[in-house]
Ligand binder design. Structure first.
Ligand code: ATP
Ligand code: MG
Length: 590
């Protein structure tokens, strides 16, 4: 109905061109506020039901296997000041520096074991970046191994980090030889962060290469698994990273709760705050996230309410930490939806703020604000709020990318489990029929079998390929997707709102039937070889975002683009378009 109204609106608008150039937005026939209000009610009811279900313990399938760990980097947040790790750091630093009783082996492993979120990666980063440690080694490299052990990727990453250049070799033997020669006779400091693989054979293969290094070389391994630590450890005893003390948790919590303020100015909050800190169970990640939550309301009653919440008492084996679940529970509903939607992004994905906001807008998660502020501005506020609540993190101040900690990502997956689905490269899954938002890891060649699990799904709102490694636009990575996505899959998904096939080299057209997808609000065809868009695109009256960045074969836009009255973002950088269709100036939202 909405689209029909829009179609009429466009038609009327065309008729009235001599009289009136555009319809003022205040005359918009769409009652967004009402619609969002209803949606919010519905969401709250659903949430209530989900909560009831949790209380009843109906949690089968929850906390699906963690499929992939965050690709961490060696970079530690600027000005970062850790709590309660001085002794750990000093002890491990001594082990990393040369000593008289070096082991007989050329290299020693420093295994760090501890539960998820306890601070293993952080400690490894502190050691790796310590100037005194650094200068003792000829070469340095950091690789985030993660759950899916991929020997080729590990060796390639180590090798690339040593040379600081990307490498095109994809054959294992050549890569091994290359790494062997790179380490030969040199002292190296490597970090294998987040190792899960227990196989001795795999480890032995890597170990063999490391033996070519000079005496005194070190490999820091972080892992949640004691068995893994036992597999890799040679001479240096396993270092158990203990939980933080309650007091350190309290200090960390106050840092995030009071931000620039002094906790002394809130003496009334100290007692209850310390009790909450104790419930963080020594986990810095929990202290940080809860601190950010508490900081939203520096009020005794509110803090007490959080302390008394019975979500604390839920068992959490194989599931999400109660402290993190609380952080979600206390989010305002508009943020809950936006946060849950982010579960379509895989662990370690670098969130591009602008793009995330465009997707939220496309999915109708951002209400049109009273003050006529652009929806994007509201989206930006939401994003910043999630950042200030530590649900997003910004690893580097000088770079515009954001990430989610892997346990926070688990939380997002947990809360969105029936509606969002991420198809990870190495797993074949059954996709729940009610899934609305679907993402998958782009492979080099995505054949139709990859999308078979979508067979019974009929109401996708989001279809979104993702990649973990940022693309190097100077390198011509050739990615292909089965044409069946356009010919067979797309036509069955009538509810699509956000659709992307960006980066695929074989995407050179869109079918005319794209015009049937009347709900589409977001299309991303960036870096495809699309030559022209069908005229039917101009009937997608709801379309807000059309991304054609880097489509170098595209020379022309359809003539009736002026009909896309809701178009807000059109990116044609890097295309060969040198003339815009007529009356584009009428698109007042652009
Ligand atoms: N000593 C500390 N002081 C302050 N913040 C910390 C400390 N240790 C860790 N953090 C913060 O807690 C969060 C979790 O830490 P980290 O990622 O190092 O945990 P982890 O043990 O590596 O978890 P995982 O097993 O999931 O990889 C990070 O956001 C980090 O900044
Ligand atoms: Mg880690």
């Amino acid at each position: 109905m909405d689209t029909e109204a829009l179609r009429r609106k466009v038609k009327d608008q065309t008729k009235q061109t001599q009289v009136c150039n555009f319809l003022p937005t205040s005359l918009s026939p769409f009652n967004y506020k009402g619609m969002n209000g209803r949606m919010e009610d519905l969401f709250q009811r659903l949430e209530h039901l989900a909560e009831q279900r949790n209380r009843l313990g109906l949690r089968e399938g929850v906390g699906r296997n963690v499929s992939q760990r965050t690709p961490t980097t060696s970079v530690v947040e600027e000005g970062f000041c850790p709590y309660g790790r001085d002794k750990d750091k000093e002890k491990l630093k001594t082990l990393l520096l040369p000593s008289d009783n070096e082991s007989s082996s050329n290299f020693s492993v420093v295994p760090i074991v501890g539960m998820g979120g306890v601070g293993k990666t952080t400690l490894a980063q502190l050691l790796y970046n310590d100037e005194q440690v650094k200068e003792h080694f000829d070469i340095h490299a950091w690789v985030c191994v993660s759950e899916q052990y991929d020997a080729l990727r590990v060796i390639k990453t180590l090798s690339e980090q040593i040379t600081e250049k990307s490498c095109d070799i994809s054959d294992m033997n050549s890569l091994e030889i290359r790494l062997r020669e790179q380490v030969r006779g040199k002292t190296f400091l490597f970090v294998l962060d987040d190792l899960w693989n227990e196989s001795y054979d795999e480890w032995d293969r890597l170990r063999t290469l490391f033996t070519y290094g000079a005496k005194g070389s070190k490999v820091i391994v972080t892992t949640r698994s004691r068995r893994v630590a036992s597999t890799v450890h040679n001479t240096i005893p396993i270092h158990d990273l203990e939980k933080l003390s309650d007091n350190d948790c309290w200090l960390l919590l106050t840092k995030h709760a009071f931000r620039n303020e002094n906790s002394i100015s809130h003496p009334d909050l100290e007692e209850v705050g310390k009790k909450i800190a104790r419930k963080c169970n020594g986990l810095p990640l929990a202290s940080k996230t809860l601190g950010s939550l508490l900081g939203c309301n520096l009020d005794y009653k509110e803090w007490n309410h959080i302390l008394d919440n019975n979500l604390w008492d839920l068992p959490h084996a194989n599931s999400v930490l109660p402290s993190l679940r609380l952080s979600y529970h206390y989010l305002p509903s508009y943020l809950k939806q936006c946060f849950a939607y982010c579960s379509i992004f895989p662990k370690g994905y670098e969130l591009e703020k602008e793009n995330v906001i465009l997707l939220w807008v496309a999915e109708g998660l951002i209400p049109q604000s009273e003050s006529k502020k652009a929806m994007e501005e509201v989206g930006e506020r939401y994003f910043d709020e999630l950042l200030s609540r530590s649900l997003f993190q910004k690893p580097r101040l000088d770079q515009p990318s954001f990430t989610m900690h892997d346990l926070i990502n688990d939380l997002a997956m947990f809360v969105s489990r029936e509606f969002c689905f991420r198809l990870d490269q190495k797993h074949s899954h059954e996709v729940p029929k009610r899934v609305r938002h679907f993402s998958y890891m782009r492979g080099n060649i995505d054949t139709s079998s990859k999308f078979q699990p979508l067979g019974g799904v009929k109401c996708l709102h989001t279809f979104f390929p993702v990649s973990l490694t940022p693309y190097d636009d100077t390198r011509d990575d050739e990615l292909y997707v089965s044409n069946k996505v356009l010919d067979d899959l797309l036509p069955t998904q009538k509810c699509l709102r956000a659709f992307s096939l960006s980066r695929y080299k074989n995407i050179n057209h869109l079918p005319n039937s794209i015009g049937n997808h009347i709900h589409l609000r977001y299309i991303d065809l960036s870096y495809t070889t699309i030559k022209m868009l069908p005229d039917t695109v101009c009937t997608l009256y709801n379309l807000q975002t059309l991304l054609l960045l880097g489509c170098s074969s595209l020379v022309k836009l359809p003539a009736n683009m002026r009909k896309l009255i809701h178009l807000r973002h059109l990116d044609i950088r890097g295309t060969d378009i040198n003339e815009m269709p007529v009356h584009m100036g009428r698109l007042k939202s652009l």
